[in-house]
Each structure stands twice: as C-alpha cells, then as structure tokens.
Design a protein around this ligand. Structure first.
Ligand code: DGY
Length: 421
C-alpha cells in the first residue's frame, strides 16, 4: 500500500542510526515518547531496529532512574532550549558520563510499547526485554517516588506531560510571573507557523520553570516542595498505570517478582480517582498547590480506558466530544471558549493519542466509538499526510511534516494493513 511505503520512508528518513528524530528541523534530537512510538513503527517491518530505538533511549537514563524527555546526542543549533540551557551536566540525579539531556521526563509509554514489540517476535524479543526490564523498573520506580505523592502522577513542567500548551496549565502558569527569564530566541517558530505553536507568554513560563529546576540542581525533592507548578496530570497517570500493567505482564513472562509493580498499580488506581471531575464528567488535571481541578476536558481524559479502568462514567462526555468534532479526538473540548483548532494541544488531533485512546476503548468494549476514532485517524493521514497534528474541524495538517510518530502509528494501528505483518 503506497501510504505504508511512505510511512516506512519517513521512519527511515528520520532514523539517525540508533535513534529517530520526530522530524528534522523542528525537533532534531531524541524525544522520549516520540522515540517509543518510533520503535513501535519500526516493529512493523524491522523488530531488531525497534529494540535498538528503545535501548538507545534507555542509554540516556539517569542514575536515579529518570529517562529524560530529550537526549541531545549531538548538538543542533536549530532547537531551543538546548543542553546549555537545561544545565543537567554534573547534577547528582543524573550521575557521571551520561548522554546530554533535559532535566524532566515525558509520558512513560516505553514499557507498554516494549511489551507490544516483544509480542511481534517473542523469540527475538525475549533477551532484549529481559535486558531492558531492570531499566523499565527503575524508570517506573522513579516516577512513583518522585512524582506520585498524591497517587496521581504530577508534573513539574508542561513539557513533561507532552501536552505542552493545554489550557489545563493556563491558570497555574498565569499565577506565576516569569521574572528573571534570561533573553532567548525561539527556534520553533522559525520552522512552523507561529499560529500553530504555544504563545510567547507560555514560552516565558516554560523557560522560567527550566531555570527554576536548574537552580535546584534538578533535585526532585526540592522541586516538589518549592515549585509553584505541581499539576497532577491524566496523561502521565494513565500512561504510567497502563505501563505498569504491561510491565507486570512482562514480569510474568520473564519469571520476575511483580509484587512491587502491583503496589504501583494499586497506588496509581487510587490516584486516578482523585482526577475524576463530576462537574465535567471527565478525568481532569488537579493543581496540587491549590487542590483545584482544571475544569477542562482534553484528549488525555479519554486515556482512562487505555489505563485499564473499567469506567462508564466518561462515556456521555465522550459522546458529546465526538459529536462536536468532525475529526476525533480533539485535544481540547470544541465547545469550550479556549478551543483553538490549530494551536498545538488546544484543539488539534494527535494520532498517537488517538491510538492509545482507541486501543483502550476496544479493550473496554467501546468498539463502535473506537472504530470511529481509527477511521478518522486514517482519513486525516490519507487526505493530509503524516503531519504532527491536524485541525479537528477541517483536517488541515499542522506543525511539523514527515512526522515520525504519525508514520509509526499509521503502520502499527491506523493503516488497513496494520497488524497483518
Ligand atoms: C517543544 O520544543 O515544543 C517540545 O514539545 C518540548 O518538548
């Protein structure tokens, strides 16, 4: 199928040998969850290369278990903020001799996708999964210890959630005046239309939070106590919960003890419930400084089924959102005044989120709605190309082009030939 060929071409185009960039120019390094999805895409035609992708990602793991959101394998002046701004060199949590990196993590989808990749070729995958298992354990242990004090997983930076400029973060960011941000030049708006990217007000605050973490040597305990930004997030919570379930399945196959994993699952399930918002009828973000829920419905709300929760409560809200958007699933509620069809995580559809939402819904008996989400994803890609994200009203491709994770989930899920391999 020509689109399958094009998707494979994009993965090869963005392949730097042992890791894959999301797209040249805009994102010239290895991003954590992008890379895990790249691995899933490779697994549809080269399972060995898929494992290499994950192994390279975990080669950047910090001594404390954290897997950074960006690994700066080689310098590229086309991206801001680069390694010099993050200042992670020599910090205690990182340890000696590690790959240059950012100081925060990203949605920990790696264990879930490693488990799927293992299923593509168990004979080839068994030793690779066995070797990766202790690293995945250390990553999850770090997340639970450093971020899940409320049960739900908290973030210290919007970039950590992957949903950088979601309206979920507007109130906590606005409450903080970004005083003392060193002058900087954005690079992202040199690559794509500024109308599709976060605003300058957002960026000032992103950089302020980077400076804040850096000033504390990226010490998780200090940041947890002192940062004005501490948001319990459904993306991180649901993705970690699912990843713990998949890590538990891996433990069973490997003959490893899973008691610690089961403890994490129970902790996160209780935490997920703290994100339920009866007023919106959806899972929401919670500000751990004020206790307030954001009051917004995002695509992260519908990752609850991917997390393995059997919960019918969000179904009416799902129906409303599906009814309001010509293309599902918009990253933000189309009936909310802050909905913006093109601006990154304030409205556009993201194919990777659709993949997790759709797979989770199928598992939880929501087949017809899941089929709609998959059909919309396939149509968006086949009519508009492998864009970073899409306008949910008219399908306009937005952000970066020739995008790795869009190509990857096409091959692994949205293509009519997916799963035939
Ligand atoms: C960016 O630079 O826009 C990224 O999303 C940060 O990870």
């Amino acid at each position: 199928m020509p689109l399958d060929d094009e998707a494979r071409r994009i993965l090869r185009l963005n392949d730097k040998g042992s890791y894959t960039v999301p797209t040249a120019g805009l994102y010239p390094y290895q991003w954590n969850w992008d890379s895990a999805f790249a691995a899933l895409g490779f697994a549809s035609f080269d399972v060995g290369r898929a494992w290499v992708e994950l192994e390279t990602l975990f080669s950047g793991q910090w001594a404390n278990g954290m897997v950074p959101h960006i690994l700066f394998h080689r310098d590229d002046p086309g991206y801001f903020p680069g390694p010099g701004i993050w200042g992670t060199e020599g910090v205690a949590g990182k340890g000696e001799g590690r790959v240059a990196s950012s100081g925060i993590s990203q949605p920990p989808v790696a264990a879930s996708l490693a488990w799927r990749i293992y299923g593509c070729d168990p004979a080839l995958g068994l030793p690779r999964l066995r070797a990766l298992f202790p690293r995945l354990m250390a990553f999850h242990r770090w997340f639970v210890a450093a971020r899940a004090e409320s049960g739900a997983v908290a973030t210290t930076h919007p970039w950590e959630t992957g949903r950088d400029n979601s309206p979920d973060w507007d109130a906590p960011l606005a409450a903080n005046d970004p005083v003392g941000v060193a002058p900087y030049t954005r690079r992202d708006t040199g690559h794509v239309n500024a109308r599709m990217r976060p605003t300058k007000e957002d960026y000032d605050r992103y950089i302020w939070l980077v400076q804040f973490g850096r000033a504390r040597g990226w010490d998780d305990a200090a940041i947890a106590v002192e940062s004005p930004f501490r948001m319990a997030d459904p993306t991180l919570t649901f993705i970690l919960l699912r990843a713990c379930r998949d890590l538990g399945a891996a433990a069973d196959v490997l003959g490893e003890d899973r008691a610690e994993i089961d403890g994490w699952i129970a902790h996160l399930e209780a935490g997920a419930e703290t994100l339920w918002n009866p007023e919106t009828g959806a899972y929401d973000s919670r500000n751990l400084r004020t206790g307030a829920l954001s009051g917004s419905v995002s695509n992260a709300s519908f990752l609850c089924w991917w997390a393995g929760l059997t919960d019918p409560r969000p179904i009416p809200t799902l129906r409303r959102i599906l009814g309001a958007a010509p293309f599902a699933v918009p990253s933000f509620d189309p009936e909310h005044p802050k909905f913006d069809t093109l601006r990154y995580w304030r409205g556009p559809v993201w194919a990777v989120m659709n993949t997790m939402i759709g797979l989770g819904m199928e598992e939880q008996g929501l087949g017809p709605q899941a089929a709609r989400i998959k059909a919309d994803t396939a149509r968006l890609i086949s009519e508009n190309g492998f864009a970073e994200y899409f306008d949910p009203v008219n399908g306009t491709p937005a952000g970066g082009g020739t995008f790795t994770w869009t190509a990857a989930v096409w091959l692994a899920w949205a293509s009519p030939s997916a799963g035939e391999g």
